[in-house]
Design a protein around this ligand. Structure first.
Ligand SMILES: Nc1nc2c(c(=O)[nH]1)N[C@H]1C(S)=C(S)[C@@H](COP(=O)(O)OP(=O)(O)OC[C@H]3O[C@@H](n4cnc5c(N)ncnc54)[C@H](O)[C@@H]3O)O[C@H]1N2
Ligand code: MOO
Length: 398
């Protein structure tokens, strides 16, 4: 049996090779850019007024008596105005270009006003309430490097620079496969010996959070059916994520059927709990990869987090950050397997610490829903309270 580190090494030798594709900017959520995003003009594009009030020229306006007259009114969206009489002021709105011939804006709250006459209540400094042209970025500046993940803020940025189409890395076509005769659909009433399938929906939701669409297929524990259905799924997809049917059971056919379909086994079984029976295989010539995850809910989910996600990250050219978290309490792992333990992050005197969740083993989906992530403890080793340990968050950011 191989170690988790050896499994990671082997997985990284069979990465998906993304191509470049162009998407409309609103559709890029979760995707990784394949080109830099440049400022198409200075940001802000003009000296932008940041308060509703009046613009004036500090050297010409009567700042001794702090009084003067409003020459005109301009709204945001009006072309830039040029002050005609330097001793006067322009009534101006947030978002307008600063009128030529003025160098400060006084907000309404600091003005007393009678018709067109104004009396300033406070000192005025040149440059106040002005967001200078090009202060955030200059035309041609790189705002986001190629390889950036498109989230909500990034999509707003694309809109602001008029980048309505973006080259991104393609993502693998993914099918999620549930196997098992005991499984029924979530809306069905299970017989006493049946269970509602849940794993595939966790995986689907996880992939969707990453901007990766997928299909779901349920296949009964029937060798011939598996052969047929998997063959057609392998035709149409780059990645299959199976859940269940990889252990020692009489009906655990995947390790036998997948190689018959050209998916060579890279490894089966990892020295870890949960998720020991993890099976990974690939068809190098066709560039297909299969993760067959053990069916217990906690095993499926932890293997997805610990192996499938890093595979996706590496395939898309993203680094995986090695996270660490401080333990709240002591833990000893007496077994010869790596233990991946669900933890909840709790605040202890202002510091986040990992509290162990003692669920009911790999089949326990209830404790999984309370966990924030997993810590990994090597075999026959202890971690003490306040000691940092390897941590993998359940937050599915690629
Ligand atoms: N003789 C041995 N038996 C088992 C071993 C072993 O080493 N020797 N390993 C155990 C471990 S560890 C795990 S984990 C499981 C993995 O088994 P399978 O991958 O073959 O999974 P199944 O037997 O099909 O299902 C296990 C369990 O999970 C439930 N399940 C399956 N699919 C779903 C789904 N989509 N949603 C919710 N729950 C699902 C299934 O009903 C079973 O209860 O094998 C041990 N056995
Ligand atoms: O490795 Mo299994 O996941 O303990 O139940």
């Amino acid at each position: 049996m191989i170690t988790p580190a050896e499994a990671h090494q082997l997985i990284s030798e069979h990465l998906f090779k993304p191509e470049k594709e162009t998407l409309s900017f609103e559709k890029t959520r979760g995707r990784i850019s394949a080109e830099p995003i440049l400022a198409d003009r200075d940001l802000p594009p003009f000296n932008r007024v940041t308060k509703d009030g009046v613009a004036l020229h500090t050297a010409s306006f009567d700042l001794v008596n702090r009084e003067g007259v409003i020459e005109t009114l301009r709204a945001a969206g009006d072309p830039q105005y040029r002050l005609k009489d330097p001793e006067k002021a322009v009534e101006i709105m947030t978002g307008s270009p600063l009128p030529l011939g003025t160098d400060a804006v006084v907000m309404y709250e600091e003005i007393k006003r009678e018709k067109n006459r104004i009396l300033l209540q406070e000192e005025v400094t040149p440059g106040q309430n002005i967001h200078p042209q090009g202060q955030d970025a200059q035309k041609g500046d790189v705002l986001l490097k190629a390889g950036s993940r498109m989230g909500s803020a990034e999509i707003g940025l694309l809109a602001s620079v008029g980048k309505t189409e973006l080259q991104v890395h393609s993502v693998p076509k993914v099918a999620i496969v549930a196997t098992g005769n005991e499984l029924v659909l979530p809306h069905e009433e299970p017989a006493p010996h049946q269970i509602r399938m849940s794993n595939v929906y966790s995986l689907q939701a996880g992939l969707e959070e990453l901007g990766i669409p997928c299909s779901i297929q349920i296949i009964r524990d029937d060798k011939e059916l598996l052969r047929q259905d998997l063959a057609s799924l392998l035709e149409q997809n780059d990645l299959l994520i199976c859940s269940g049917g990889v252990s020692k059971g009489r009906y655990d056919y995947l390790p036998e059927v997948l190689p018959e379909l050209g998916i060579q086994k890279v490894f089966h079984r990892v020295r870890q709990k949960p998720g020991k029976p993890l099976w990974f295989g690939a068809d190098r010539t066709k560039g297909k990869v299969v993760f067959a995850l053990p069916g217990n809910p906690a095993s499926t989910f932890s293997n997805f987090i610990l192996y499938v996600l890093p595979w996706l990250r590496k395939s898309l050219g993203l680094e995986t950050k090695a996270e660490r978290v401080v333990m709240k309490e002591h833990f000893y792992n007496p077994s010869d397997l790596w233990r991946h333990i669900q933890v909840k992050l709790v605040s202890v005197q202002g510091q986040l610490k990992a509290e162990l969740l003692t669920g009911n083993g790999s089949g326990d989906l209830v404790s999984l829903a309370q966990a924030d992530g997993l810590i990994s403890i090597p075999p026959q080793s202890a971690v003490e309270a306040d000691e940092p340990v390897a941590y993998q968050s359940f937050q599915l950011i690629l």
